[in-house]
Design a protein around this ligand. Structure first.
Ligand SMILES: [Zn+2]
Ligand SMILES: [Zn+2]
Length: 404
């Protein structure tokens, strides 16, 4: 038997209704916030991700689905969504239209070659938004509010954590400060942290190792060392969240660890399941467009992990919907096609092609959760009528075929 690849899953039945439910709600809300859909290719040049996701990250270091195609090009299946959107933004020369704002939402499959024992999928799905051209902190607030709206609509409880990652003025001196501190306790920090002091010291703050965590409690904090612009933006963001009654906590160890991230960083953390896992994350990345060789453009965005949310979402009860149609004598089947075609203008219709007894038709209608079971029997065929049962109200009636 041919099976799906390790770490890859089919979505069908209950899973696929959860999936489409989440995408539909997120799409609807993103549109209300002025976002339009963008679809970018799954396959991109490897160097796009090296530049945007960063050579020092785990993703680029060991988790990419990277290969040489038949034309000898070094290509990679996207490990995340932002890079492709930024590439498209620059390719369409939108970075040259400096006074305009562009807002895109996307969703789709992402690929990371992770070790399967971690219980992580190698193909997973994200929904995300990217807003280009707006440097005011109001946009950071608005994006956070939008993500909150999405989770509220999905009935998912969350905690919001925010932080500021500073800017090119206040981050470099802080980084020096932090490196000095880290060098002072190098021997006590874990191996990963030791490696990161060289490659990406800010990421050390993110270490999940308990010993590292307790050592890092004493580390210098960026939020205590922000420049006046970063600090006033961060305070404004907190004010706006307060006014909107959006609860949050400041987590000074919330970092994204790539040089193009600046100022606002945020994470939505699920409080519904035992493990405290991030279900959405985002922030400002004013340097990314430049990193990918475009003209400097302020940008802010977020992405949410669809599979994690599928575990948490409370689906509304599925109501009976649409029509099931059947005949008791096979010679009457032709009468159903024009009837079904008419009803399909506004409803879903399933026709049972095989003649059956009434009881079997009722069972069939119930199985597909139809609201109405429509049957043509001997009498109905003779009189030009249909027998209809409303399965929700449990009411039966006989109607003229033309009036139905
Ligand atoms: Zn700053
Ligand atoms: Zn560590």
């Amino acid at each position: 038997m041919i099976k799906a690849l390790r770490g890859m899953k089919d979505l069908s039945f209950e899973d696929s209704s959860r999936f489409t439910y989440i995408i539909d709600i997120a799409t609807d809300i993103a549109k209300k916030y002025g976002y339009s859909y963008i679809e970018t290719p799954i396959l991109e040049e490897t160097k796009l991700f090296k530049r945007s996701v960063g050579e020092s990250s785990d993703i680029v270091g060991k988790e990419m689905y990277q290969f040489i195609d038949k034309g000898g090009n070094d290509v990679c299946m996207r490990p995340e969504g932002t890079a492709g959107v930024v590439r498209a933004f620059i390719q369409d020369k939108l970075d040259r239209r400096q006074n305009e704002k562009f807002k895109f939402y996307y969703y789709g499959a992402m690929f990371r070659y992770e070790r399967p024992q971690k219980g992580r999928l190698r193909e997973f799905h994200q929904f995300g938004c990217e807003s280009f051209g707006e440097d005011l902190v109001y946009e950071d607030f608005t994006i956070i509010q939008m993500v909150g709206d999405i989770f509220k609509s999905l009935g998912i409880d969350y905690r919001l954590e925010i932080n500021s990652l500073g800017c090119s003025r206040c981050m470099p001196p802080y980084r020096e400060n932090l490196i000095n501190f880290l060098n002072g306790c190098r021997d006590e920090l874990c191996q990963d942290c030791n490696r990161r002091i060289e490659t990406n010291p800010i990421r050390v703050l993110d270490c999940k190792n308990e010993k590292c965590k307790s050592l890092l409690r004493e580390s210098p904090k960026l939020i205590d060392n922000l420049c006046s612009s970063c600090s006033s933006d961060f305070n404004r963001l907190k004010e706006l969240l307060d006014i909107a009654n959006i609860e949050y906590s400041v987590n000074s160890n919330l970092v994204r660890g790539l040089d193009y991230y600046n100022k606002t960083a945020f994470e939505f953390v699920s409080s519904s399941i035992g493990s405290q896992s991030a279900i959405a994350g985002g922030g400002r990345y004013d340097k990314l467009v430049e990193f990918v060789s475009g003209k400097s453009t302020p940008a802010v965005g977020f992405a949410l992990g669809v599979e994690r949310i599928m575990e948490l979402v409370k689906m509304p009860n599925r109501e009976r919907d649409g029509y099931y149609m059947g005949v008791m004598n096979s010679s009457d089947i032709d009468k159903l096609f024009p009837l079904a075609h008419r009803k399909r203008k506004s409803s879903s219709v399933t026709i049972e092609y095989r003649a059956k007894k009434l009881k079997a038709h009722l069972k069939g209608a119930d199985r597909i959760n139809a609201r109405y079971c429509v049957v043509i029997g001997e009498d109905e065929a003779k009189n030009g009528t249909v027998w209809v049962k409303d399965l929700e109200k449990s009411e039966e009636s006989i109607l003229k075929i033309d009036e139905f």
